[in-house]
Design a protein. Structure first.
Length: 179
């Protein structure tokens, strides 16, 4: 994560490589300083992300179903009831929660619709927390600015289907290798 991160930005313009017939997308920049990062899941990964976001001068809001103590970077860990309010305020939403029956499909069309059109969704957890079809629709129609993910539901399972191909090929989607 950087202050202006070409690798994680989503507004892109098409460029043609000299001597090539293929096109690639050149990333634009996104300014983190002064923005708001929403963290879903305030466990170890969520806490680590709040420290990084605060280091970039971001305001941080965290949502977790458990009653957790605040940290130096987060004044209050909000309940799950505050999820949609946090989504509406955040410039970057970082999904850090584990996959459970309660979190499966947590980020669906309703959740994506309340996000800012300029918002960026980062998924550092299991792909099934996000409904892929709804994310593809949000990216293709400009409901959100972009997304980053290490793995989708199908790619994690070694499968391949049309929906996953659309998601992985979206120009507003940055895919990274899971470690």
């Amino acid at each position: 994560m950087t202050r202006t991160s070409p690798a994680s930005a989503t507004r892109r313009r098409r460029v043609r490589n000299p001597g090539s017939t293929t096109r690639r997308y050149a990333p634009a920049e996104i300014e983190l300083t002064g923005g708001t990062m929403g963290i879903i899941g305030f466990g170890g990964t969520g806490c680590a992300m709040t420290r990084r976001a605060a280091a970039f001068g971001m305001n941080v809001r965290a949502v977790d179903p458990d009653q957790l103590p605040a940290s130096a970077e987060v004044a209050e860990v909000e309940s799950s009831d505050s999820l949609f309010r946090m989504l509406a305020d955040a410039d970057v939403v970082n999904v850090c929660c584990p996959l459970t029956e309660q979190t499966r499909g947590l980020i669906d069309a309703a959740a994506l619709t309340v996000m800012k059109p300029s918002a960026f969704l980062v998924n550092v957890t299991c792909g099934e927390v996000i409904v892929e079809a709804d994310l593809v629709h949000a990216l293709e129609t400009g409901i959100i600015r972009g997304a980053q993910s290490g793995a989708s539901r199908q790619s994690a399972a070694g499968g391949s289907d049309r929906q996953t191909a659309r998601l992985l090929g979206a120009p507003q989607k940055v895919n990274t290798q899971e470690t």
